[in-house]
Design a protein around this ligand. Structure first.
Ligand code: HEC
Length: 270
């Protein structure tokens, strides 16, 4: 479905053990399983998506939905308008549209019974809940700065998703340690290592994500982390001069255009 799906990094091989006593039965069963798997593999769209594909898909949906908030930031901050027309249904529909533009895949075509389908559904439910809860804030007349920012939206969606799928997967917006504003976004040791030793390295290709089997708080997982860079629109808050207050009251990071500013981190537990 996208470039990452071409990689096999998420697949694990399942060794087949044949005991001597049950050799014949096992051989028959093995043949049947083999034929079954060949049939399955040859049917288009049936082979399960790899963990890497699923993780990149979840990060893509996070970006697709956050883009709706970014695009409407001025509108959200307009004190003269009450109802902003950014209902849950509107935001979810626009997020799906952005996702399709980015991947070429209609998110509703993902098999709802598959792990990919279940996790995407849980993410869409998290997006819906964040937007349900935000209506009162964003539709308030007479207030310009409402604190409903793309990064806040993304954190709330990531937290909601992680709660919805408890124990199956986690989604997180993080940043280089020196740039983290919200302590709940701090990178863990694995994320910090990728950020500092790979993403910040001059030889790391821009936008390239890193995927690896690695633990999360001692639990076995397949992890994927995608870099995010400061664009022009970010620098009014994250740019210079360092330490000066931005419009939200936070301290500016002193970041520069194109610099690594954050990362989206996904874990799928094994
Ligand atoms: C209006 C000011 C503002 C703008 C513009 C802005 N941010 Fe932020 N950003 C914030 C605030 C405030 C937080 C803390 C959010 C929270 O509480 O979770 C934050 C958090 C983040 C985080 C999460 C890590 C952390 O520090 O907690 C990342 C990553 C990030 N911003 C990247 C960006 C990028 C990339 C852009 C541009 C596309 C951008 N921001 C634009 C204010 C801003």
């Amino acid at each position: 479905m996208n470039k990452a799906s071409l990689s096999n990094a998420g697949h694990t091989s399942r060794p087949v053990v044949i005991r001597r006593k049950a050799k014949l039965i096992s051989a028959v069963l093995f043949s049947a399983a083999l034929i079954g798997s060949l049939v399955t593999a040859s049917a288009p769209g049936v082979a399960a998506d790899s963990d890497e594909t699923i993780a990149v898909s979840l990060a893509t949906m996070l970006r697709a939905s956050r883009a709706v908030i970014s695009k409407n930031q001025k509108h959200i901050n307009d004190a003269n308008i009450g109802d902003k027309g950014l209902s849950t249904a509107v935001v979810v529909a626009k997020a799906k549209e952005n996702y399709k533009k980015a991947t070429g895949t209609d998110v509703d075509s993902i098999d709802p019974a598959s792990l990919h389908g279940k996790l995407i559904k849980a993410q869409l439910a998290a997006i819906a809940k964040v937007m349900d809860n935000a209506q009162g804030t964003i539709n308030k007349k007479g207030v310009s700065l409402k604190g409903f920012l793309p990064a806040v939206f993304a954190r709330l969606v990531a937290e909601g998703f992680t709660a919805n799928v408890s124990g199956q997967a986690t989604l997180k917006l993080t940043a280089p340690k020196s740039y983290v504003r919200n302590r709940s976004n701090r990178p863990d040791a694995w994320e910090n290592n990728v950020i500092e030793s790979m993403f910040k390295s001059a030889d790391h290709p821009k936008n390239k994500h890193v995927a690896e089997a690695a633990n999360v708080k001692g639990k076995k997982a397949f992890r994927v982390i995608l870099p995010e860079y400061y664009g022009k629109s970010c620098l009014s808050c994250h740019g210079g001069p360092k330490g000066e207050r931005d419009i939200t009251g936070g301290k500016k990071e002193g970041g520069t255009l194109g610099e690594l500013g954050g990362a989206i981190s996904v874990a799928i537990f094994k």
